[in-house]
Design a protein around this ligand. Structure first.
Ligand SMILES: Cc1cc2nc3c(=O)[nH]c(=O)nc-3n(C[C@H](O)[C@H](O)[C@H](O)COP(=O)(O)OP(=O)(O)OC[C@H]3O[C@@H](n4cnc5c(N)ncnc54)[C@H](O)[C@@H]3O)c2cc1C
Length: 535
């Protein structure tokens, strides 16, 4: 039987980091991936990493500190963050960055000015400093792996896209040069650079290997059983790291654990909670199970024969001026420009009288002025918007098309326009936070006009928004090294977890852009290293 010092399951940010950390600590590492391609949801992501108190912020003159970072997480915790995990996260950042940049071609850089998601909380950073993006990466460094990685080619840095403050358009000569050099940005760049580090250390991922069972010897983990196209396979391992992502694509686990409605998850469909099930069989202690990285999405037309619903994350369109969100009563219910994860709480608001979710279903509504200035949903300024966006010549007809009371929608828009004219959203404080306008009209940022503008020009448009997730973040509870704990709180020998497969170290908090990949890198690194030293 094949035998490894450390076996890592999953090839997203956490798995690649764990595999490389174990390899650079001298271990013989087996890296296995269920999908036909490597990269997980990480490869589909923008791959910003939220890493507080980092050297790039210091170089840029941002005033940050361990104390600020911990105060910030503490202020948002609602009792769900274990202080020792928060401390391990923050304290590992300098070491992680140093190690990443010496062991892999991954270079991180500051996304200038990207505010934290709750920047007015104690320790928050309204002018950014904690969100780092991967530098561009040439797939020529890993010949053949571009096709073996999930996701499509996106030759830009986050800071060149509208989300990061850029235009989203590259000069033709730059675009041509990047294409010729097989240069990419965002998630595939991060995965490519981490993968290059793994390959350089003789860790070659094997795809099409779905881990289904942990092999134990007494009370320690000794190996893994896989399903593969070639039949069952068992490997021996000194330690196993679960980096199998969340359980968002398993309807049973979603129903049984998540705190509220979640439809149309946005990541890779192979994330079906396999790591969670394997761990549960060993009697692990679970944590953070109700939580996910929530995000509003629009459902895109589904091609015939496709199993999973394609979605579009809706961020810019609900942040730009001349848009608002209404529920089925035709009423606004939240600051539309708040960060996506926090909006999940508004989607889960329950009405005891109707015994229903007050704000689902809901619709984003915008006007022709929006379309003229900004386009939206992939269209440039002036449009036309895609066909799946509902359109109506006036507000009353739009209300009829989406099934909300016409008088309520008219009153909501009138009230919103009145607030806009007064320069302040008294109802939901949209525009109060330094975060709110950042992904809005950057020509007006900072200032409420970056996100507040009237809806007054026909025709009007609407898109239904769904309560989705970038990934769940509940799983086995771990210690600060990712060692999985049993129900009595004792570490299970030889078992570690990282990324969305572990009980999320930041509770329900999404600290800022990169709030999921930052901790995934840190705890992947810590788990991979500890899997060698604590076997
Ligand atoms: C469009 C989009 C944009 C995003 N942008 C950002 C961003 O900019 N910053 C940020 O912080 N977060 C972002 N996220 C969220 C982020 O991508 C994920 O939370 C993060 O990548 C999860 O990393 P992971 O390593 O835990 O899991 P994943 O990257 O999902 O990797 C898990 C891997 O495990 C594999 N696996 C599952 N089961 C098994 C098994 N039984 N055996 C072997 N392998 C298995 C899966 O196939 C998968 O490849 C974004 C998400 C989406 C969808």
């Amino acid at each position: 039987m094949e035998s490894f010092d450390v076996v890592v399951l999953g090839t997203g940010a956490s798995g690649l980091c764990a595999a490389l950390a174990a390899a650079t600590a001298g271990a013989r590492v087996g890296l296995f991936e269920k999908g036909d391609q490597v990269g997980g949801t990480t490869a589909l992501a923008s791959a910003v990493a939220w890493l507080p108190d980092n050297k790039y912020a210091a170089e840029a003159g941002v005033d940050d500190s361990r104390e600020d970072a911990l105060a910030y997480l503490g202020a948002l915790s609602h009792g769900l963050i274990l202080p020792e995990l928060a401390e391990a996260f923050v304290d590992t950042v300098p070491e992680l960055i140093e190690w990443l940049e010496t062991s892999t071609p991954l270079q991180l850089r500051l996304v200038p000015g990207f505010p934290d998601y709750h920047p007015e909380h104690p320790g928050g950073k309204p002018k950014g400093g904690r969100s780092l993006e991967p530098e561009l990466f040439s797939f020529r460094q890993i010949p053949g792996w571009g096709e073996r990685m999930i996701g499509s080619t996106r030759p830009m840095r986050v800071s060149e896209t509208p989300i990061g403050g850029g235009t989203g358009v590259l000069p033709p000569e730059v675009a041509a040069e990047r294409q010729a050099e097989e240069i990419e940005g965002l998630g595939r760049a991060m995965v490519g650079a981490l993968l290059k580090g793994c390959l350089d250390h003789d860790v070659v991922p094997r795809t099409g290997h779905r881990a289904v069972e942990l092999v134990t010897d007494g009370d320690r983990v000794r190996g893994v059983r896989f399903e593969t196209d070639g039949g069952p396979l068992e490997v021996a391992a000194g330690a196993v790291v679960l980096a199998t992502g969340g359980f968002e694509f398993d309807t049973d686990l979603v129903r049984d654990f998540l705190r509220g409605p979640m439809t149309f998850p946005a990541g890779v469909p192979t994330n079906t909670g396999d790591g969670l099930r394997m761990a549960m069989k060993l009697g692990v202690r679970l944590g953070n199970m109700r939580e996910a990285w929530w995000v509003p999405v629009a459902a895109l037309p589904k091609p015939d024969g496709q199993e999973h619903q394609p979605v579009l994350l809706v961020l810019r369109e609900r942040t730009l001026p001349r848009s608002l969100i209404v529920n089925s009563a035709g009423r606004r219910f939240a600051n539309e420009a708040a960060n996506y994860n926090a909006l999940g709480g508004a989607f889960h608001e329950f009405d005891p009288s109707t015994f229903g979710y007050r704000n689902l279903p809901c619709w984003l509504v915008l006007d022709q002025g929006f379309v003229e200035r900004y386009g939206g949903f992939g269209a440039g300024p002036g449009g036309p918007l895609p066909e799946w966006v509902l359109q109506a010549p006036d507000l009353a007809s739009l209300a009829e098309r989406i099934g909300v009371p016409a008088d309520a929608l008219a009153a909501t828009v009138a009230r919103f326009n009145e607030l806009v004219a007064g320069g302040h959203d008294d109802d939901f404080r949209r525009g109060d936070s330094a975060y709110d306008g950042y992904c809005g009209d950057r020509s007006q940022y900072p200032g409420v006009a970056a996100t507040l503008g009237p809806l007054d020009t026909a025709p009007y448009y609407a898109v239904e928004l769904h309560s989705s997730t970038l990934g769940t973040k509940g799983g086995p509870r771990t210690d600060v090294d990712g060692a999985v704990l049993d129900v009595d709180g004792e570490a299970i020998a030889g078992l570690f977890a990282a990324g969305n497969a572990m009980a999320g170290p930041t509770g329900m908090v999404y600290g800022g852009a990169g709030g999921t990949i930052g901790p995934a890198l840190v705890f992947g690194y810590r788990a991979g290293r500890a899997a060698v030293t604590r076997r």
